[in-house]
Design a binder for this molecule. Structure first.
Ligand code: SF4
Length: 721
């Protein structure tokens, strides 16, 4: 409970002793936390038992919220790079000087190089977790008027959005497994025991799985690695990386060939789907994936027979060559087996701020423009992050000559990171809005650091919309903002005003934007909650642990955003990709010259490419090793612990290897977000997470039809050193 009679909306005063309710916004699980403070310092963080969604759960990362606040590496004032190359140094400058400099240079580069497309923007994952970005960052990016917009979404979840836009009429209308009531949870390429869910906000996943099994339900996992989730599943099957699409198509084949389909009345195109999947037999799928045909048949029949079943696929499915086909097939499987929009199947959350129904986020669009060099269509206003390097380096009209990165580290998180770092070095100007000096921001000319999470108000405008239960929560800042600090929304507001003014935008438009960006995020959210009607800011301030708005419930077809309130089971842009799937798997895959397939992995102590300067999360056994099946090690004469050279079409890295039979033979794994190189910060000191970046091996040429990078299933060779 909030301590010492202090109003919960007041930041704690200096020297405060007591407890405060907060929120962890590091990942999509959005756990409620309770902080213990002594003399103004956080001495403990625990899960908030009263939180109606997270119910007292936190993972090891939650405790590190205080480490970020206290981190000596965290930037607190703007810095400017002085000098070039290895001799460059950084100096602190004032906010006004920094903001003027950034606005001057961005506008000048656009003027010198043919217009706003000369500015590129990259948005990292933490933006989705900041209400200030949603309310003020989005208008800032729009004010730059560039078509060269990139984000972490195209190395992550764009296939889900691409498919939802075509089937349900809105890119964010994503069905969520009803894990608390399902009796058959089918998981492909996801590891919620480590992540606590993604596009399925499911804090305390471990307990929810225990509950599922206790009520007689099953969780079946298909994954090329026996992951932490696979280890607690009732059943796990290895599947060759990149072939999940064929397994799912074969499941559809079984449903339709055996007359088991029971789709809702509001779908069209069932016969077309039956024709499309006719050739994808379980036998073909076995050849492509390694999953036995009989296993595919019995899983399908059990899924159909279950009293509430939910199929779910995440990173391993989205970040591969057929990510959109996978997400489409999962939706169709849930639909045709009668598990769509039903208790125990998949359902659509009803958040207190309905970003979908209110069109706060647009429904999506495709191919309104294309990338300049490779002619890849945009989706929802974004180009693939995998095209960023070529758009910077290739001369011609529309070439990117300045970059704005916001809370992102694409040098570690997007394909061919080494090449991207080189491209950043060649820019005329770069600004990073970020709290850390890292492998990307070190190439910037100016870094503008916003306040950290414990110093900001938070209302989650994104992840309540993907949560397994309808709840709402507003969390006021725990700590006051220091006098010389700026919130992210203040930086976006001040930069937008300066850019518009220097770009010669008319007074009337500038005043309109000024009025739009003047209210704080809390004020904006207060207004948005009024449009929903399910709760109010007043109620949320009274209950900082959050309010429970009830379990998920059927809402279809009323909530469909398609014009006719119907679902097309065979959207053209996805089914057109089936020929490519067929061509890839017509014959059994034969690895060339002893090639192996590389996949990524996550650990519950990791948060993408950051938090590695938090000693609390970098203790213990090293976890940066290449994982490889013992038979693959033996056939190459390699011992566990040896250094090996891993090579792909794009590059090569040297790293220690560990043999584990958790890996499917023929598959190797490196963690995502490793390979830190910034000297002088604690990033370079943590031996448990040293190692290499998997994205020095991933290939920007390998894309899904949605534009998402195919980070998994990369062909590599492994040689002893
Ligand atoms: S699962 Fe961990 S990182 Fe994610 S919100 Fe909860 S405490 Fe934070």
């Amino acid at each position: 409970m909030p301590g010492m009679g202090l109003l919960t909306e007041d930041p704690v005063p200096p020297g405060f002793t007591g407890t405060r309710i907060g929120v962890c916004n590091l990942c999509e699980a959005i756990c409620g936390i309770e902080l213990t403070l002594e003399d103004g310092r956080v001495t403990g963080i625990r899960g908030n038992d009263a939180d109606p969604l997270s119910r007292g759960y936190i993972c090891p990362k939650g405790v590190s919220m205080a480490d970020v606040y206290d981190d000596p590496d965290r930037l607190r004032r703007p810095i400017r790079r002085v000098g070039e190359g290895p001799d460059a140094t950084w100096e602190e400058i004032g906010w006004d000087e920094a903001l003027d400099l950034v606005a001057d240079r961005l506008v000048a580069v656009a003027a010198e190089h043919g217009g706003p497309d000369a500015i590129g923007v990259y948005l990292g994952n933490p933006n989705a977790h900041s209400v200030g970005f949603a309310t003020h960052g989005v208008p800032f990016v729009k004010a730059l008027r560039t078509r060269n917009r990139f984000s972490a979404s195209t190395v992550d979840q764009i296939p889900h959005q691409f498919v939802a836009w075509q089937m349900f009429g809105h890119q964010l209308l994503l069905p969520v497994p009803d894990i608390d009531r399902t009796s058959f949870f089918l998981v492909l390429g996801a590891n919620p025991m480590a992540s606590n869910g993604s596009l399925m906000t499911v804090p305390d996943f471990p307990q929810r799985v225990r509950d599922l099994k206790a009520r007689g339900g099953r969780m079946v996992v298909l994954d090329p690695r026996r992951t932490e989730t696979a280890k607690v599943a009732t059943e796990h099957h290895f599947v060759r990386p990149g072939s999940d699409a064929v397994v799912l198509l074969a499941m559809l084949n079984v449903v339709l060939a055996e007359g088991l389909a029971t789709p809702p009345a509001y779908v069209d195109g069932l016969d077309r789907v039956a024709g499309l999947v006719a050739g994808f037999t379980p036998e073909m799928a076995e050849m492509a994936s390694g999953v036995p045909a009989e296993t595919i048949r019995h899983l399908t029949r059990d899924f159909v027979a279950a009293d509430g079943a939910a199929a779910y696929g995440r990173m391993g499915l989205s970040t591969q060559g057929f990510g959109s086909v996978c997400q489409w097939a999962i939706n169709v499987l849930n639909l045709v087996t009668g598990n769509f929009d039903r208790e125990g199947g998949v359902l659509f959350p009803e958040p207190a701020v309905d970003t979908v129904g209110r069109r706060i986020v647009g429904p999506g669009h495709h191919d309104v423009w294309r990338s300049r060099v490779r002619q890849i269509p945009e989706f929802a206003g974004e180009l693939p992050a995998a095209t960023m390097r070529e758009e910077i380096e290739t001369p011609g009209d529309g070439q990117i000559r300045a970059m704005v990165t916001i809370a992102g580290n694409p040098v570690l998180s997007t394909p061919d990171g080494v090449g991207l770092a080189r491209a950043f070095e060649g820019l005329d100007f770069m600004v990073a809005i970020d709290i850390y000096l890292n492998e990307t921001t070190r190439h910037a000319d100016v870094i503008l650091p916003p306040t950290s999470a414990l110093e900001r108000d938070q209302y989650d405008l994104v992840f309540h919309g993907f949560a397994v239960r309808n709840t709402a929560r507003f969390t006021p800042a725990v700590f006051a903002k220091p006098d010389d600090a700026r919130h992210d929304w203040e930086i976006f507001r001040d930069l937008t005003e300066r850019v518009l003014s220097r770009a010669g935008v008319g007074l009337k438009d500038r005043l309109a934007m000024k009025a739009r960006l003047a209210p704080s995020p809390a004020t904006v959210v207060t207004g948005l909650l009024k449009t929903g009607g399910s709760t109010t800011m007043k109620a949320l301030r009274k209950s900082p642990e959050g309010v429970d708005l009830g379990p998920l419930r059927p809402t279809m077809p009323e909530r469909l955003q398609t014009g006719d309130k119907r679902i097309d089971l065979a959207p053209e842009l996805v089914v057109a990709d089936l020929d490519r799937v067929r061509a890839a798997f017509e014959s059994a895959p034969v690895p060339a010259d002893g090639e192996l397939l590389l996949i990524g992995r996550r650990h519950k102590q990791d948060c993408n490419s950051w938090l590695h300067n938090t000693s609390r999360l970098t203790k213990g056994r090293p976890r940066h090793h290449l994982l490889m099946h013992p038979d693959d090690l033996a056939s190459r004469g390699i011992e566990t612990g040896a250094f090996v050279r891993v090579s792909s079409r794009v590059g090569a890295v040297e790293v220690e290897v560990t043999g584990v039979d958790d890996m499917m033979p023929g598959v190797v794994s490196l963690p995502h977000g490793y390979g830190h190189q910034v000297e002088g910060t604690r990033l370079s000191h943590a031996s448990t997470v040293a190692g290499v970046s998997i994205n020095d091996l991933t290939d920007p040429e390998r894309l899904d039809v949605s534009g998402n990078a195919a980070l998994n299933g990369v062909p590599v060779t492994v040689q002893p050193l």
